[in-house]
Design a protein around this ligand. Sequence first.
Ligand code: IMP
Length: 443
Amino acid sequence: MNNLLVIGTQWGDEGKGKVVDFLAPAFDIIARYQGGHNAGHTVYLEGKKIVLHLIPSGILHPDKIGVIGNGLVIDPGSFFKELDDLKSIGVEVNEKRLAVSRSAHVIMPYHPRLEKISEAQRGKKMIGTTCRGIGPCYEDKAARWGIRIGDLLEPEILREKIEENLAVKNKIFEAFGQPTLEAGPIYEQYRKFGEGLAPFVKDVSAFLYQQVKAGKSILFEGAQGVLLDLDHGTYPYVTSSSSTAGGVATGLGLSPKQITGILGITKAYATRVGSGPFPTELKDETGALLARKGDEFGATTGRPRRCGWFDAVAARYSCRINGVDLLALTKPDVLEGLSEIKACYAYEYKGSKLKDFLADPHVLDKVQPVYRTFPVWEDSIQHLSNEDKLPAGFNDYVKWLEDELEIPVGIISTGVAREDIIYIKEKCSRLLGAQAEKLFGKH
Ligand code: IMP
């Protein structure tokens, strides 16, 4: 059976939700391995916009099992809200359809508060985080102060851990002149969360191992993007988890050998939310036009996304460190309103041409992108679902991209709706193996 990883090759918001939503019917399990409710995976279903933050977007398909791995940080309040929201649109999620790792870490009420202090302390150098407590929760995990989902099910341990944490955290709040927190109410609230979560809690690693042994297939759903990875992104302007392919094994307790293919999602231009280097950023009217036409506002925070030209140097790096097999190109239709299209293929740095990305803000802040210019293709590609109808100018642009990245483009999104998508069957079939038959039938 094939187990496919879907990963964002830029700074997140590449349109992973829609691609996962299309591919999900061909897989048995959809598993997330990192991040938390900082993510926002948008899917349009019968004209309705649905944004999922924590629960894998494959859950919208009634016969699929969603998995939340140990690599995630979970805000239980947000988890239950998402279950309620799903119920309100007729998607029932019970313990047979969703498993939560007992080793995932819990975002506690002090985490977002600590994050606000940390961001304020940085001043002009603030990361521009989603302020959901993601970073401080991962900090506690690494510092071995963390409270895990399994702890919510053990009232005495939970109380002790909350008290131990507050003994330290309250000192920080005092030092910054902020009100301290009391253990009692937090304990009561989180104990109840534990009761609600209990049916979903599983040893996810053992569960997935058994499922793989039984011949089931898994779709791994990456969150954020490669360039926001804690180790390989533009540190310190990154998220606090491993969004690269390596995160799958540690974030689910599964052998890396189980990933049989990697699909990289690439937007036809670039966006970034929050601070940090962005060599191809457009701070002019073209950037504003991309933001408007592409509806580039954060799915989680509503913040406007910074927009810029496609950056093949950065995308090549992402594909290299993840071993991307196939690309899905999203939102190329957004470029149609422009007078010309540019794409960066190299950087000028200290008098020489760089073709390799260095994920270092000191370098990236000083590089000058080198662009190739393309005319806008002759006919619109919007809402197309058949590759034969793609205009020649668009095909030239895609060919250039494939040559630059040395990876084929097998999927092209042509609009926001579920059906606005083109699958180049030969290219997808090679990657999807047995799953291709389920999606496209025998051919
Ligand atoms: P954090 O993940 O909230 O700690 O934020 C760290 C950085 O990652 C900030 O620049 C955020 O804007 C960015 N970020 C976090 N999650 C997402 C996402 O799902 N899409 C895009 N950017 C994100």
